[in-house]
Design a protein around this ligand. Structure first.
Ligand code: OGA
Ligand code: NI
Length: 362
């Protein structure tokens, strides 16, 4: 049903199946203006300072931004330009790539999981798996033309370089997160195995009624680490903290980093995979490019001995990422935190506190 794509039409009103019930709406006037989501300068020479800033950010916010991260600003500009070009393709080109099958590794889709959800979200997205690059690049879209180059050229081309640089940055961050947990620097990269990597190029068209719907409703990311490139000109990302939504306005040349569910599990709950959402607006379309680093499907996610040796028992049972990911996609996005379903005390203590989605009244 490629005609569900939002980016192919012009919208004067929003269809009723995008309208949230009254008590689940974004309440944009209650959102806290961009406050103090930590900014970490990766160019700083004092590594111990970077480690302690990241430790604090992961523990208190689950989010931080990085500047001086080493990814070339010109490359980033091209990534955003191609993304926009892609969503401006004619409907018949986009229809060729459309799929609502979450198992498809390369697909143009809309909302989150249209097969499951009853209310849709004001977002189209292009999902591209990108590791190993040479395995996926032949199946990437052949339009716009920058997607349609032979492999050896693509490696030098925009998306190939971008994926590689993002992966490198992600590994560096995982190293610092490991150190911040008192583990050896290589720990997380090692236990996550041969990490998968994919991208969601998100496109949020102008929305005539932004108070009634979401680009992406409150969710946590199921993967290990997310590296988000925001549209430099348009805000939309919001992070949940202390019962409130905080806007994370775009910062020049910064990436927004967040802890995914797997790092919450591997840190034995010390670091949080925090609820976040994307809202839309009536004046401007918005883009973002989210890169996800994911554990190898077969690895067992289980906290390091060091983090359970100090008298804090393992919060979650061990599971494979394969099991987790299937569970994640079998549900709606804005339900209870998916990790809750893997809690060890879930069986022994049914009254243990749970973490319902903050926008869904219980
Ligand atoms: C995501 C996400 C936020 C944004 O893709 O998982 O949270 O601002 N995106 O697009
Ligand atoms: Ni997300």
């Amino acid at each position: 049903m490629a005609d569900m794509l939002l980016s192919t039409g012009v919208h004067d009103t929003i269809p009723s199946n995008y309208v949230r019930p009254e008590n689940e709406r974004p309440h944009l006037d209650h959102v806290i203006a961009d406050a103090n989501i930590p900014v970490v300068d990766f160019g700083a020479s004092d590594k111990s300072q970077i480690i302690s800033q990241i430790e604090k950010a992961c523990r208190l916010y689950g989010f931080f931004q990085v500047v001086n991260h080493g990814i070339d600003a010109e490359l980033v500009k091209k990534v955003l330009a191609i993304t926009l070009e892609f969503f401006r393709l004619p409907p018949e080109e986009k229809a060729k790539l459309y799929s609502d099958d979450p198992a498809k590794k390369i697909r143009l889709s809309t909302s989150f999981n249209v097969r499951k959800e009853t209310v849709h979200n004001w977002r189209d997205y292009l999902r591209l798996h990108c590791y190993p690059l040479e395995e996926f690049v032949p199946d990437w879209p052949s339009n716009p033309s920058s997607f349609n180059l032979p492999w050896d050229v693509v490696t030098r081309d925009v998306f190939g370089s971008y994926c590689k640089q993002v992966r490198q940055l992600g590994f560096r961050i995982l190293g610092i997160i490991s150190l911040s947990l008192g583990l050896e620097e290589e720990y997380l990269v090692r236990v996550l195995g041969e990490q998968e990597q994919h991208m969601a190029m998100n496109y949020y068209p102008k929305c005539p009624e932004p108070e009634l719907t979401y680009g992406l409703p409150a969710h946590t990311d199921p993967n290990a680490l997310t590296i988000l490139l925001q549209d430099p000109h348009v805000s939309g990302l919001q992070v949940h903290k202390d019962g409130k939504w905080i806007a994370v306005d775009p910062k020049p040349n910064a990436f927004v980093i967040n802890i995914g569910d797997q790092l919450q599990a591997l840190s034995n709950g010390r670091y949080k995979s925090v609820w976040h959402r994307a809202v839309v607006n009536s004046n401007k379309e918005r883009m973002s490019v989210a890169s996800f680093l994911c554990p190898c499907n077969s690895v067992l996610i289980s906290p390091p001995e060091k983090l359970i040796a100090d008298g804090s028992p393992a919060v979650y049972r061990s599971y494979t990422y394969d099991e987790y990911y299937k569970k994640f996609w079998s549900r709606n996005l804005d339900q209870e935190h998916c990790l809750e379903l893997f809690k060890r005390d879930r069986e022994t203590c049914p009254d243990a506190p749970t973490f319902p989605c903050p926008d869904t009244p219980t």
